[in-house]
Design a protein around this ligand. Structure first.
Ligand SMILES: [Zn+2]
Length: 151
């Protein structure tokens, strides 16, 4: 069954509007030939998916720039309460930017992280795959290389 998903992004720090079209393009590529259709909306309530089957709220925390903070720990997570995975995602954008060290690759990396978190929610699956987009730790290459696919 087709899942139509609207990802509502909220930037805690000033948003970088230039990120969105490239993130959307990457999501379209990742979910091509799948049963998921995902649309990004930034601080907006007008989407073109009509009434989506899912709305996922995404908090993008911290400015999307490299910092001196440690990149240890996860860059994003999805709320899980009593075994249910909720459509609430938090991404630490400064951590992602610091980790990948490449501004041009940031939209792709963010889109992949969102897609990964979205799959936790859609599949209600706290576990991970052995490789690919749904593996537990995504390397810098996984986040930026052009060939990653959903496994
Ligand atoms: Zn995960």
């Amino acid at each position: 069954m087709l899942a139509t998903v609207v990802l509502l992004l909220h930037f805690a720090a000033p948003k970088d509007a230039a990120l969105a079209p490239q993130m959307q393009a990457e999501l379209d590529t990742l979910f091509a030939n799948s049963t998921v259709q995902a649309q990004l909306l930034i601080d907006s309530n007008a989407g073109s998916l009509g009434t989506p089957s899912h709305v996922v709220f995404v908090d993008v925390n911290h400015a999307c720039m490299p910092t001196l903070v440690s990149t240890a720990g996860s860059m994003a997570h999805t709320q899980r309460v009593d075994g249910i995975i909720h459509p609430l995602v938090e991404v630490d954008c400064a951590k992602v930017a610091t980790y990948i060290r490449s501004k041009p690759d940031l939209p792709r990396a963010l889109a992949r992280i969102l897609a990964h978190e979205l799959l936790h929610y859609l599949w209600q699956q706290p576990g991970h795959a052995h490789d690919g987009l749904f593996s537990e730790s995504l390397s810098r290459l996984d986040l930026t290389d052009t060939t990653l696919r959903i496994h």
